[in-house]
Design a protein around this ligand. Structure first.
Ligand code: DGT
Ligand code: MG
Length: 582
């Protein structure tokens, strides 16, 4: 909840303005019953019409005054709470943006979305409520108490019993409610998660006819959400009427006590009417308090969840003064005894003791069976994750000391799974370099064999892509993400299995263009097909998280069993006689 301080310090002035108007409004409400009692006891009892009219006029003026104050506080409250909500959402978004993958993986994606949307709204609603009714309720409650006691101390005995009973009820409501509201929020998370998973995989769900299964999953989450919400509503259904009942008993007691006094001529009717009026105001104030407390409980649960995100300390640190040496094309990358696990130092290592040097301008092919750690290896270079032990040096600088943004400026990556964003093709390509000219874009698209299919679209480079580029084929997406990387003119180019969806002719063409492009660029090329990496300067063979061979194709054919096995599985040749089968 510590994060709230920032916003409090930002908005407290306007908040006070709202409180000022609320106070005026409450004062107006508090004066009415007393004036009413005067009208009854003086005007009506003594049959003085002019007095009744005068006092009636005063009541009208006070009401108008209260109404103006009410509109003012509404305006201020809406303004402050909207602004607060927007700022909170923006800051939370920026915080999430700045977190490392390791940080983000501590939260489920769906829960991050609920935190950004529903949780922020809950807190915002509370802030709004705080300024509109929450401040008014205690004012009215205490004010009515004072006015009632002043009006008639004898009747106030009733308050002595009713007020503590109701306070206990409100407190209990709070205590029991909190855990339940947290539960409701959690189950809303699951509904979102199931929905998200379903929507992102909707084609596969339909293809495998898993509709019933998914519906079942959704129903389960949905019903749990329903049950939790019902539990909370039930709780409210018990507490609110009990509060109502207690106060109504109080009113009955006032009428009963008052009636006996009036008949003894010890009290005037107007006092009883006013007293009952004050008690009703107390009742409504208490009901509002318990309602706003529920809002508070919900907001607190939400604020805690938002706080959890704000409290994340970025696992990635760097030294702002460290920079990569400039003026050289192509970077040297050194892996020294690198081990890595996705679950932190204690987890099962995905990479074990990796030692590898990529010289500037070299093209390194990486091959190995699926799950052997190829993608994990290259993802360490732009510091998507930090190594568990060992170090990676780019141009001699340990990446752990480098600002990831500076590091990533020099690197272009074509991820294994092409990810594009909604927008035009051109906008997507400009991700590589926002200042690229049309010529440069077309040149890169040409190299990536993408120009011809883009030009074939009626709107060419202006063609709109759907979310994640759904309106493109897998191969088209791959070629666009290659072009996007080339536009960047990087020092290090990482191609993670980027030709898997392309036919061999297209792949060969791209490789030819890359050869001229990549001269001087350090290029890491992951591939499944040996032909894709055969002519690399160096081929790295990965097996189960380890490097089992580094060398040229010829050298590996002689010395690396795993490489030969991959070769055989792709070309079906006999084991060359000079490789000893182990
Ligand atoms: P591929 O792309 O199928 O040819 O396989 P590689 O060689 O690229 O394998 P890689 O590096 O994606 O995965 C190596 C191991 O790491 C494998 O056991 C799965 C695991 N792994 C990969 N990505 C993640 C991740 O984001 N989180 C966690 N916890 N584990 C991951
Ligand atoms: Mg991979």
């Amino acid at each position: 909840m510590g994060f709230m301080k920032i916003y409090v310090s930002k908005h407290w002035k306007l908040f006070l303005v709202a409180v000022f108007f609320v106070t005026l409004e409450a004062l107006a409400d508090l004066l009415q019953p007393t004036i009413m009692s005067h009208i009854l006891d003086v005007g009506v009892a003594e049959k003085r019409l002019d007095y009744v009219l005068r006092m009636g006029g005063l009541m009208l003026i006070i009401t108008a005054f209260g109404a103006v104050a009410a509109s003012m506080r509404n305006i201020v409250a809406s303004h402050v709470s909207q602004k607060f909500g927007t700022e909170l959402r923006r800051d939370l978004f920026e915080k999430i943006q700045a977190l490392s993958f390791a940080n983000i993986e501590q939260f489920e994606r769906a829960s991050l979305i609920t935190r950004l949307t529903n949780d922020v709204t809950q807190v915002q609603n509370f802030v709004n409520g705080l300024m509109r009714i929450f401040v008014k309720a205690p004012l009215l409650c205490i004010g009515s108490l004072i006015m009632a006691v002043r009006l008639n101390p004898h009747l106030s005995v009733v308050l002595l019993i009713v007020v503590p009973v109701v306070s206990v009820l409100v407190a209990l409501n709070l205590k029991v409610g909190f855990a339940r509201f947290v539960g409701v929020q959690k189950s809303l998370d699951s509904v979102n998660r199931v929905m998200r998973e379903y929507l992102s995989g909707v084609r596969v769900v339909k293809a495998f006819n898993r509709f019933d299964h998914e519906t079942g999953k959704f129903q389960q989450a949905n019903i749990e959400y329903q049950n939790k919400s019902i539990q909370v509503t039930r709780l409210l259904a018990i507490f609110n009427p009990s509060i109502l009942l207690s106060v109504n008993f109080g009113i009955a007691a006032v009428l009963w006590l008052g009636a006996s006094r009036v008949s003894n001529n010890q009290m005037q009717v107007g006092h009883i009417v006013a007293f009952v009026n004050y008690m009703t105001q107390i009742l409504f104030a208490l009901m509002t308090i318990s309602m706003v407390f529920n809002l508070f409980v919900r907001a607190k649960a939400s604020a805690n969840r938002i706080g959890e995100v704000f409290d994340q300390v970025n696992t990635m640190t760097w030294d702002a003064n460290t920079a990569l040496p400039t003026g050289r094309q192509g970077c040297q990358i050194d892996f020294e005894h690198v081990s890595f696990s996705y679950e932190g130092a204690s987890g099962e290592p995905v990479l074990k003791n990796i030692n590898l040097t990529c010289l500037p301008g070299e093209t390194i092919g990486i091959i190995g069976s699926t799950g052997s750690g190829k993608s994990s290896l290259v993802n360490l270079i732009p510091r998507f994750y930090d190594v568990s032990s060992g170090s990676i040096r780019v141009d001699g600088v340990d990446t752990q000391e480098l600002d990831p943004a500076k590091l990533r400026d020099r690197i272009a990556i074509v991820p294994q799974k092409s990810i594009l964003f909604s927008g035009t093709i051109e906008e997507n390509l400009l991700w590589g370099n926002e200042h690229a000219s049309r010529e440069e874009i077309m040149q890169a698209a040409n190299m990536a064999e993408a120009h011809s299919f883009i030009a074939a679209f009626p709107e060419g480079y202006e063609t709109m892509l759907g979310q994640r580029g759904v309106n493109l084929s897998g191969g088209q997406k791959q070629r666009l993400s290659i072009a996007r990387a080339l536009i960047r003119k990087p020092d290090v180019l990482i191609l993670d299995d980027c030709t898997s969806a392309l036919d061999t002719t297209t792949e060969t063409n791209i490789k030819e263009s890359l050869k001229s492009f990549a001269s001087g660029v350090t290029c890491l090329l992951i591939a499944q097909r040996i032909t894709s990496v055969m002519d690399a300067d160096k081929i790295v063979v990965m097996d189960d998280g380890e490097i089992v061979g580094i060398g040229t194709h010829e050298a590996l054919m002689k010395s690396c069993r795993v490489y030969v096995e991959i070769f055989q599985s792709q070309f079906g040749k006999e084991l060359p006689h000079h490789v000893k089968a182990e």
